[in-house]
Design a binder for this molecule. Structure first.
Ligand SMILES: [Fe+2]
Ligand SMILES: [Fe+2]
Length: 209
């Protein structure tokens, strides 16, 4: 692919993340399960808030993987990043689908989340493969913990959201492992804490808007 082809594809990905219209390769998990049948208004609102947080997480994942791909030099690492990024695209599409099913919307601040994550990913990438992969691994771990906490608080009868979140959680575990196996270093605790603090701001904002 020429650099121009790549640029156009990356730009298309960025646009789909921010504006919507992500394409999934795998079908949305839980198609056979009831969609909203037994959810009352409050449950539906809560589920939508959580799925919006997850959608923003996936917008950030797109930005992160895109920026990492730009700076990674090793073809093997690039291939690993591409594979994870495609699965993140599935997650993005699934969350978008679920938000529509719940009659809700994606975050109005998506351009901001995308730009911020892209800048952070680029900075991590410039620090070298070992740190950038470490950053990916730590991000995936925090996302995994997050998804696990969502499984505890999602409405019990919202089987559809649960099936989506559970599949995402399993994929994130693999992404984190792949980044570690590719040579990702463990980040200093101070950086891990800072990342947690930033994700707290993101999640509490995205739940509402
Ligand atoms: Fe994901
Ligand atoms: Fe992931």
């Amino acid at each position: 692919m020429s650099p121009i082809d790549r640029l156009i594809i990356e730009f298309d990905t960025a646009l789909r993340s921010v504006v919507g219209g992500a394409n999934a390769e795998r079908p949305t998990p839980g198609p056979e399960l009831s969609l909203n049948n037994s959810l009352d208004a409050a449950e539906r609102k809560h589920a939508a808030g959580l799925m919006r947080v997850n959608h923003v997480g996936e917008v950030c994942a797109q930005a992160l993987y895109q920026s990492q791909k730009l700076v990674a030099r090793d073809p093997q690492i690039q291939e690993m990043l591409n594979h994870s990024a495609q699965e993140e695209m599935d997650h993005l599409a699934w969350c978008e689908t679920r938000l529509q099913e719940l009659g809700s919307h994606t975050s109005y601040l998506n351009p901001l989340w995308y730009a911020g994550s892209f800048a952070i990913g680029l900075a991590a990438g410039l620090a070298g493969d070992k740190w950038s992969l470490g950053f990916v691994a730590e991000t995936e771990k925090q996302v995994e913990n997050h998804l696990e906490s969502h499984l505890k608080t999602l409405p019990k009868d919202d089987q559809r959201s649960r099936a989506i979140v559970d599949q995402m959680r399993m994929d994130e575990i693999e992404h984190g492992q792949a980044a570690k196996n590719a040579g990702g270093a463990t980040l200093p605790e101070s950086i891990q804490k800072m990342m947690q603090a930033m994700s707290k701001v993101m999640t509490s904002t995205a739940y509402k808007i």
